[in-house]
Every structure is written in structure tokens, then in C-alpha cells.
Ligand binder design. Sequence first.
Ligand code: SAM
Ligand code: SF4
Length: 469
Amino acid sequence: MANIYIETFGCQMNEADSQYIADRAATAGYALTANAADASVVVLNTCTVRDNAEKRAYGRMAHFRALKLADPSVKLVVCGCLAEQDRDRMHASAPYLDGVFGTRDLARLGDALASWLPDFEDDLTLTDERLLLAPMGGSGDCVGDAYAHLRAFVNVQRGCSYYCTYCIVPHVRGRFDNRPLDDILAEARAAIARGARELTLVGQTVNAYKEPASGADFADLLEIVAALPGLDRLTFLTSHPKDYTPKLARVMGSLSQLNARFHLPVQCGSDAVLRRMNRKYTVAEYREKIALFREMCPGWALTTDLIVAFPGESEADFLATLALCEEMGFAQAFMFVYSPRRGTPAAHWEQIPGDVGNERLRRLAAVIDAGVRAWHAPKVGRVVRALVQGPSRKNRSKLAAKTTDNVTLVAPAGPLDESQLREHPWLDVRVSEAFTWGCAGEIVGVAARYDAPAVAVDARETIDLIAAG
Ligand code: SAM
Ligand code: SF4
């Protein structure tokens, strides 16, 4: 059997696209491998949202070229946002590539995969744009990641029409394109049938979703997906403050299947900067929305994205961002120094020196870290349920898992093995220590579903969890 290796950079949209590629590849007879050296096809799914993502992608291309030099039959493919943006440059500067597929022609990659295995007969239409969900490890035996099938991304929308002045996304992924509700539901059902315990509805501005035919909005979509038989947990990424409506707030508060985490990027705490970013809300409006969210969803984690050193950001603007972060108590934040992107308006404006940006990022991180620690600290001494992710990268005798408020837990695996965890992927972890990266503890029980009773785990002996469950 041929192997395929997929390396993904960037946001949830790229993760979802990689899932699509894995599915097409599995249908074509490829097995997913976690090791590029074992693969006959290597796919690099790239990001261009910031300059360092772009540099990394070019670095990885050069790295994979060595595989091709060693074995010219290996197919090397680049896709994603950088491929969309730099298609011509890649064709010219990297003639060794077997394919450059932009975000708009991903289906052609599926066709190419099939053509590289001449015996294969594809039963999907060649222009099929649907993201047929499959576990990243392929159906059944997961080679790449034994637990990847527990989580599935369901793409509800492509592109973005908001044109924030710093952002490349609308330029490389196009304007909003909302998928029909029936397609989304078919995919969600298929993912549940394949064992997904957590579905993530993804879009760049997922809460701006509108069903083209019926006019159903994102709140309606959440209610419909949450009602699917067999659904365990549901979450969504990424929301825009402008589209957080009272109706959506009410629906989020009413659905017990939703994960207790809301990611609502604010970007900065100064109205002047938000205006220049074309963010379409003021700090006061963001505050109001969060007040509503806190009322409707008490106890949920609020997470965000922040950009520092956007053109024209004064020290006073930056201090306003620090103050807003202290006030909001974000449970987690993705923080970035502004990175000029070719073809976006802000790239032409006067730039803030790099050392100022780095210094602001450090100061911001100190404030955010304090909030993160404050979010983690109350978990110490409690038993917290989390969905297994796999062996911890730092210590493979430990398991890593994610809580429904998106906190990483790490605990010794003890007697638990892969087959037991496939049946009982929810871990009950007694938390003993909190850090900024997450929490550590011991596993005291496992469960088949989020709301199912736990089966006790005795760390001193192996118990037959399947029989016990
Ligand atoms: N659609 C989402 C939103 O509007 O919040 C975010 C999508 S973007 C892929 C993820 C994050 O990357 C943004 O929220 C922003 O913080 C950051 N980002 C985007 N463009 C950037 C740039 N040019 N420089 C630095 N950070 C950037
Ligand atoms: Fe980019 Fe703004 Fe669209 Fe988010 S809302 S993807 S930051 S243009």
C-alpha cells in the first residue's frame, strides 16, 4: 500500500483541508503515515497569514526536496494559502515540485492522488468540493495518529469578506462561501458514525454563516447540529465579534452539547486601531458582547487573538490593550506581532520597528499568562474530564488530553492502552498541579462519552475497561 504524509501549518481551515486530502487519499488507497521518509506522496499544506509562517513553509519545502533527491519517485506537493499566493514563484523556483495546488483547486489534488496510483478507480466526482469527513488516520486502522478520528472538523464556510486591513485571508481564500445545510449535516453525521466525539464547525468567521437557500443563521445551524443523534460534543472556530448576536448568545447558553469555550478575537483594545484594522466594532461593543456572553454562558472560557504593533499603534493604544486583557481575564490568547502582508492596505502604512513589537509582545504575554494561570488554578484538587489526544510529546508514557474549556491535561497513562482508550476516550483526571501550558494530574477514570459515568482506573493493575464498561 502507498503511504501519504501530510504536514499542516496554519489555522483550522487548513486542518480541515488536510482532513479532506486525507479522506481523498484514503479512498484512493493510501495510508496516512506520521513519517515523511515512509511516504510515496508528501503534502505540505501551507499558511501565509504571517511572514514567519511563509518562511517556515519554504524551509520545509527545501527539507523535503532531499527525500525527492534520494528517491525521485516520491511525489512532493504544496497546497494551501501560500501555494495560492505564490503559485508562479513556486513553479519557477521549485521545479522539483510535482504539484502546486492553491486553496481554490484542492479538488485537483484529489484527482492527482488517484492518477499517481494507476489501478485506482475514483468513485467521487472529480470536481467534488465537499469535505467528506474522515479520520486523519484513514478509516479503521489509524497509522498517522491513533486518536485523530475522535475529533472532526466540519467546514461550514469558505473564505471571508471582511477585509481586515492586515489580513491576507480574503485575498487567498476568496469571499464568503457558505455551504448548504444539508451538506454540513451529511458530513457531521458521517463523522459521528466514524467515531468522532467532538465536532468543530469551522470557518474564518463561522458565526456569520447564512444558509443560502433557507436563510438559516449560525444559531440555527448550532441547534440543528446539536440535535444530531449520537453527537457527543460540539464546538466552533472562529467567531467575529460583529456577528455575536443576542440570539446566538441565547442559543449557546441553551445547548448542553457545546464545549464551554468561546473564541472571540478582539485583536486590540484601542478604538483608533480597531478602526484602522477595519474590525467593524468598538471596544465598548466588544465589552457589551462579553457581558452578554458571561450572563448566558457562566463558567465558560473566553479566548482571543491579539495583534501588537499594528501601524500607528501608540504606547497609549497598547496600554489600552493591556488594560482590556486584564479586565477580560482571557483563559488563553494567541498573540502576534503585526506582520505586513503583500497586497493588504496596512502593508503600505508606516511600520513600527520590530524591537518595539517584540517588547510589546513580551509585556502582553505577561498579562495574558497571569489570566491563564488564574483560569487553571481552580482545577487543582478537582477531577476534570478531557478527551484524549495521544501520548504527550515530551514524555510518551504520559497521555495528553483536552478539556472542553480547551485546557491541556497531562497524566501518566498507567495501565491504559490504545484499544481501551478507543472505547473510552474521555479521561477523568484528578488535577494536582497547574501551569501556564495546562495542568498535570492522574487518571482516575475513563468514560465512553462525555456525559457517561466513569469506569474507575486502578493504576496498580490492568483492568478490562471494555468489559467493565
Ligand atoms: N477570522 C478570524 C478573526 O477575524 O478573528 C481570524 C483568522 S486569522 C487566520 C487568525 C489570527 O491571525 C487573527 O485573528 C489575527 O490575530 C492574526 N493575524 C492575521 N493576519 C495577521 C498579520 N498580518 N499579522 C499578525 N497577525 C495576523
Ligand atoms: Fe482575516 Fe478579518 Fe476575515 Fe478574520 S475577519 S479572516 S482577520 S479578514
